[in-house]
Design a protein around this ligand. Structure first.
Ligand code: NAP
Length: 512
């Protein structure tokens, strides 16, 4: 399957290999794009993936307990249902295998260049094409679809003295499987989605575990369970049943939108469930107080777990709520001056989201870097297109993120949109498509105008949804079907489409 990866060398002397579409990343977004192109008969594309296999976040994150908190039937491509999911919420190995199978079944593996990291992508105005630099040579592409994933660059806190620590450190997203935690004193920094899944497993191994909490998450009971053989048989023999379950899950999750977006008070019922979960699972009043958030539920991602509070309640687990002042060779010192001796520090401290590394390596017209253009507040038209970056489409770009529903739904909506853009280019003989700055601005003004009342902006928490300038440039503030409606068709009026100049790149011509 992967033996064909190096069959085509990109560089022949000084001539980069040219493709119509270059896709960055082979997670849900990049694979989905590859498959949509292949379904149209297009083979002139390549996917560049820095990892050793496909899967994106579901390839990279291998920490113990890693599991998607969106149900399996929904967290999958609509065009590739899997009747064989073994659990209602898929664990990481099953999701990774699902994506491998989808890539195989749709015949796109041979278009994927694994172990190939894109180190620069620069727009060449003269040639009207992108120049893509990788660790395996140079490529050019008429169009680039970037699917780097918003949660792919692990973020480590800048703690004084961290480099002096004599023990072991790693991030949940780059789990060190060679390191044995058994019998160790372990500190876990962070109490987000990754931590609450990993800590119950860490606590079982370690002699003692400190969980360092800055802000408690709201946690609700988890409905995860095995899917029975009978259910799987029914899904295999009667696919409409699985589609109905998928639709049911989708709409039930959309029921949260009125509370999240318009009236956070509507989330009161969910908060009651979460408070009851605390009182059911935490007996110690002091611990109860520590784990009870003081912000509106939904402001940060609502996390499902039945194992989190029991793990924190263990005699060999301490929930540390004083911040870390510094790290010493033998442990960490909290702000009250106490030295906590530990052997290993595990960071469950999240990712660079509003400052994705890709923005530093992409340069558009006039050599402007995307990060400079964004000024730490990413924005894109329909979450996909940026002015000054012709023929570039970004998947799960600014304000496409979700806290309550499946990101795969949003990705598929964006794929429709990009396919529409490519079709428009072909039909109009255009070799260059660029969103109009005015369209970009008014789209984002509209989004930001909606943000004020949302729970993410008004719920009284500090979250990674909010960027360095205080703007929520991460979350889609509406029903997701409205995003689907907006991206169902490409809207050429918002773009400048220009014909190919003679002697320059050919317009992407999709087989129809
Ligand atoms: P995260 O939600 O960003 O959580 C990071 C945690 O680290 C937070 O508790 C944060 O505290 C804490 N933290 C950061 N810097 C710190 C510091 N200097 N000192 C102390 N604590 C610090 O990251 P994540 O848990 O990896 O999850 C990220 C996202 O990935 C999720 O929201 C979700 O979208 C996705 N995810 C999904 C799943 C799933 O499907 N089950 C699993 C994992 C991740 P504050 O809250 O105070 O900032």
């Amino acid at each position: 399957m992967t033996a064909t990866q190096q069959d085509e060398t990109p560089v022949n002397g000084t001539t980069p290999r040219h493709v119509r579409v270059g896709i960055l990343g082979a997670g849900f977004g990049g694979l989905g794009m590859a498959i949509r192109l292949a379904q149209q008969g297009e083979r002139d594309f390549l996917v560049f993936e820095k990892a050793a296999d496909v899967g994106g976040t579901w390839w990279a994150n291998t920490y113990p307990g890693c599991q998607c908190d969106i149900p399996s039937h929904l967290y999958s491509f609509s065009f590739a249902p899997n009747p064989n999911w073994t659990r209602t919420y898929p664990k990481q190995p099953e999701l990774r295998d699902y994506l491998r199978k989808v890539a195989t079944d749709h015949g796109v593996y041979d278009r994927i260049r694994l172990n190939t990291e894109v180190t620069a992508a620069a727009w060449d105005e003269e040639q009207a094409r992108w120049r893509i630099t990788t660790n395996n040579g140079e490529y050019t592409a008429d169009v680039v679809v970037a699917a780097p994933g918003p949660l792919s660059a692990p973020s480590l806190p800048d703690i004084p003295g961290l480099d002096t620590f004599a023990g072991t450190t790693f991030h949940t997203a780059t789990w060190n499987h060679d390191h044995d935690l058994r019998g160790e004193r372990v500190a876990v920094v962070g109490t987000g989605a990754s931590a609450i899944q990993a800590v119950p497993y860490i606590a079982e191994q370690a002699a003692h575990t400190d969980v360092i909490q800055r802000t408690p998450p709201w946690v609700v009971p988890h409905r995860d369970r095995p899917i029975t053989k009978v259910e799987r048989f029914l899904y295999r023999t009667f696919p409409p049943l699985q589609r109905a379950v998928r639709a049911g899950v989708y709409f039930s999750r959309e029921l949260l939108v009125p509370g999240l977006v318009y009236r956070p008070r509507l989330l009161g019922l969910v908060e009651k469930v979460a408070r009851k979960h605390i009182s059911d699972q935490v007996q110690d009043p002091e611990l109860r107080a520590k784990v009870t958030p003081d912000y509106t539920i939904g402001c940060k991602r609502i996390l499902p777990s039945n194992k989190w509070y029991p793990a924190l309640s263990r005699a060999d687990v301490d929930l540390v709520t004083d911040g870390i002042a510094e790290v010493k060779p033998n442990g960490y010192v909290t702000t009250d001056g106490t030295l906590h001796e530990v052997d290993t520090i595990i960071f469950a401290t999240g990712f660079y989201v509003t400052d994705i590394p890709l923005a530093n390596i992409v340069t558009g017209t006039g050599g402007a870097r995307l990060a400079e253009v964004w000024h730490r507040s990413p924005q894109a038209y329909r979450g996909t297109a940026m002015a000054g970056f012709p023929n570039l489409f970004l998947l799960v770009g600014p304000n496409v993120g979700l806290g309550h529903n499946s990101i795969v739904f949003m990705i598929e909506a964006q794929l429709n949109y990009v396919m529409g853009a490519l079709k428009a280019m072909r039909e109009r003989g255009a070799g260059r498509v660029e969103v109009k700055p005015a369209a970009l601005e008014s789209y984002n003004d509209g989004l930001q105008a909606k943000m004020g009342d949302t729970v993410w902006n008004s719920g009284g928490c500090a979250s990674w949804y909010i960027d360095a300038n205080g703007k929520n440039t991460t979350i889609w503030p509406d029903f997701t079907f409205n995003f689907w409606r907006q991206t169902r068709e490409f809207d050429p009026a918002a773009y400048t489409l220009q014909p190919v100049r003679s002697g320059t790149a050919a317009a992407p011509a999709l087989a129809s």
